[in-house]
Design a protein around this ligand. Structure first.
Ligand code: NAD
Length: 367
């Protein structure tokens, strides 16, 4: 009963026509930012996360503590815990689900293939099963990934390009998610919107991502590896700043049509959409390193090596015309600006007081 009260309190709304959103992966990087943005504008938010140790769980706890200050509760639990999902959907009439929980990371899939299948395929199906039986059915916005473009060499990537050549198991599970979404939309009338994120970075980011561990290693004087393609070309990414991605997620939620089913039965056709959410300007990893060197006022010990065949793709570049048309998505933060905000957060969060960190004591907040 105390648990239910807490969950209901977290779901409280503070504006007319507010949404009530279940955010899965709320202790994660993108999930924590989106949860806070929704709560700040008056929507009801309840988080779900299993706090797995794929990367430093204390960072997930710190994000949870930050959300707690804004009355957002994260229920600790797994996507594959069917009774828990049912209970959550019974206690609160969620209008929307923002599904961001997943096993992320491309290279880790070579050591831990099963964790991708469990979280990204079984977990997604389990969530859709719970959502389809809810009355009314919530509209669902979920994270796909730019990795679905795989070995596609047409640039920039448009939603019409082929996605049948995934280069990693991670990408394959994200692609499977898109196919699974299609079936739940078709059979049960669930409203589903997939967002293909492109290398998201920023404060409270993920320690397993290059910009994050480059920062750490440069500060510690450790060597870093920069990949080039077998043809000697630099690897480049369409780095997208977290605030832009948050705006995209909220835009997708705001324009999501209602599901047309209830209690597991479909009433009519429902919405099914997929969008790129990128920055539209790829940057070579070498350039990323030189921006970091400038911000950290430290030279990197850089080793350029040929990209191993570990699931990474050489190049990503988003075309975001569709997201702009449908919810005015327009990325506004370039890489130097976004990295400055990241580095400021990084130094404050890890309590490093360097020359570039004089005024950053109060900066360990979101946004
Ligand atoms: P993240 O790892 O920080 O967040 C995911 C969260 O989900 C974690 O807190 C984790 O504990 C939780 N989680 C994992 N499996 C779970 C399960 N079975 N049950 C409950 N919780 C579980 O990752 P992120 O960067 O915030 O990514 C969010 C989403 O966006 C993911 O779906 C990811 O695949 C996708 N994505 C991210 C990027 C990026 O650059 N960050 C790019 C493309 C796609």
């Amino acid at each position: 009963a105390a648990w239910e009260k807490q969950v209901r309190h977290s779901a409280t709304t503070r504006r007319p026509n507010a949404m009530i959103v279940l955010v899965t992966g709320a202790a994660g990087f993108v999930g924590s930012h989106c949860s806070l943005a929704l709560k700040k504008r008056g929507d009801g938010v309840v988080g779900l996360d299993n706090f797995n140790p794929y990367y430093d769980p204390s960072l997930k706890r710190a994000r949870e503590a930050m959300l707690g200050k804004h009355q957002v509760m994260i229920v600790e639990g797994d996507l594959n815990d069917t009774p828990l999902l049912q209970k959550l959907l019974d206690v609160v009439a969620f209008t929307h689900i923002l599904h961001l929980a997943a096993q992320a990371g491309v290279r880790y899939a070579m050591q831990n293939p099963q964790s991708y299948v469990t979280a990204n395929i079984a977990g997604f199906v389990n969530l859709l099963e719970a959502a389809k039986s809810a009355n009314p059915q919530p509209a669902i916005v979920w994270a796909s990934s730019s990795s679905v473009y795989g070995l596609n060499t047409q640039n920039p990537f448009s939603e019409l390009h082929r996605t049948d050549q995934p280069a990693s198991l991670y990408a394959a599970t994200k692609k499977a998610g898109e196919e699974i979404a299609h079936t739940y939309n078709h059979i049960y009338g669930l409203s589903l919107t997939g967002l293909r994120f492109f290398t998201v970075y920023g404060p409270w980011g993920r320690p397993d991502m290059a910009y994050f561990f480059f920062t750490k290693d440069i500060l510690q004087g450790k060597p870093i590896q920069v990949y080039e393609t077998p043809q000697g070309k630099q690897v480049a990414r369409d780095f997208t700043y977290i605030d832009d991605v948050v705006k995209g997620c909220l835009g997708a939620l705001d324009t999501a049509e209602k599901s047309t089913g209830s209690g597991g039965k479909k009433r009519g056709p429902a919405q099914l959409r997929v969008y790129n959410l990128g920055n539209t300007s790829p940057v070579a990893v070498g350039r990323l390193v030189s921006i970091l060197e400038g911000l950290l006022k430290t030279k990197a010990k850089k080793h350029v090596i040929k990209m191993p065949s570990n699931g990474d793709v050489p190049y990503t570049h988003a075309n975001v015309t569709l997201a702009f048309r449908d919810f005015s998505y327009k990325p506004t933060t370039d890489l130097p600006t976004g990295l400055r905000k990241f580095v400021k957060w990084y130094l404050a969060y890890y309590g490093l007081h360097t020359r570039v960190n004089k005024e950053t004591h109060s900066s360990s907040s979101f946004s």
